[in-house]
Design a binder for this molecule. Structure first.
Ligand code: BTN
Length: 321
């Protein structure tokens, strides 16, 4: 109901709506209208009220209500269906449940805060309320399971491009971290539901530190946010809309043209290639120089004996950081 009331105000941006009008249009009591208006006020919406005229919406907070995100969203499929939580354990977990229940491609799960945000390799992802973009997108690409990591790489490209448009010199650390001056700005956690010869769904979870001003002590030295880098508050909703448009554009291009154009863009945005790195994976630690990205997205690592190895998964540490 709260969203329906908000929708009435958004439909008539400059006019006053009386409690009576709203209650008649939506078939609820005036007391209920009043209660919902107060909840919206507590969330940061500002209403001007005038005797006899009613209420007029004069300010909208940076909240990720589907109605507001979709208002100026120029995508074909990404975010056409949005599920928004004030709080959830992990948007990836929710998205996987929705995907298993048949949710459509492009369904987006958003949370203002996560209580059990998941990072790669079983790590925790700090997701404080209202300052980040914590989201998961459901995709259903007609691909085989080994091609799924390419979706992580194209997501990183789309995000790096959007962040750079804000004037922040972000670069991608293979496979999925967005760094600024060696500090982590965003991460991607891709999960899938698949059989050996078919992908049923892919859930791409993206965490972006947008307006975080302070990090927990254990990551304070290695994490950063757009706000800290840009020196100003960044509007989450606008960034999300722009990112979704660019992300969909890269996804569609990948489906139509394959991995080659993504690979080229990824190499352009990478801070990994050319660096001495250490790769930690379940098979152990390998040191060497990152010399390129293979045609399927594997990292090419030249080891001290001169051999070039293909790295398909693992955690990369840049030697200089
Ligand atoms: C990493 O770099 O380790 C990946 C971090 C991914 C975090 C995002 S936040 C939204 C989505 N839900 C989660 O629980 N994790 C991802």
């Amino acid at each position: 109901m709260k969203e329906k009331i908000l929708s009435l105000f958004l439909q008539s941006p400059d006019s006053f709506l009386s409690g009576e009008e709203i209650s008649e249009k939506l078939g609820v009591t005036r007391a209920a209208v009043w209660k919902h208006l107060n909840t919206l006020r507590a969330e940061g919406f500002v209403f001007e009220s005038a005797p006899r005229l009613g209420y007029r919406l004069i300010a909208v907070p940076d909240i990720l209500y589907p109605l507001l995100v979709q208002k100026e969203l120029a995508t074909r499929c990404f975010g056409r269906n949005i599920v928004h939580f004030a709080e959830t354990a992990s948007t990836n977990i929710t998205a996987k449940e929705l995907a298993a229940d048949g949710a459509k491609e492009g369904t987006l799960v958003l949370a203002e805060t996560q209580t059990k945000g998941k990072g790669r390799l079983g790590r925790e992802w700090s997701s404080p309320a209202g300052v980040g973009l914590w989201l998961s997108l459901i995709l259903r690409p007609p691909i085989l399971p080994p091609a799924t990591p390419q979706i992580t790489l194209l997501t990183a490209v789309a995000l790096a491009e959007e962040v750079k448009k804000l004037g922040i010199p972000a670069g991608i650390k293979w496979p999925n971290d967005l760094l600024v001056s060696g500090k982590k700005l965003a991460g991607i956690l891709t999960e899938m539901g698949a059989e050996t010869d078919r992908v049923n769904y892919v859930v791409v979870g993206v965490g972006i530190n947008v307006n975080t001003a302070e990090f927990p002590p254990e990551i304070a030295d290695i994490a950063t946010s757009l706000r800290l880098e840009a020196g100003k508050h960044i509007e989450r909703r606008r960034l999300l809309q722009n990112f979704l448009v660019n992300w969909e554009r890269w996804y569609d291009r990948w489906l139509a043209e394959g991995f080659a154009p993504v690979r080229e863009a990824w190499l352009r945005e990478s801070v990994t290639v050319g660096q001495e790195v250490k790769v930690t994976s379940i098979t152990g630690v390998t040191a060497g120089t990152a010399v390129g990205l293979d045609s399927d997205g594997a990292l090419l690592l030249q080891t001290p004996d001169g051999a070039v190895r293909r790295i398909l998964s693992g955690d990369v540490t840049l030697k200089e950081s």
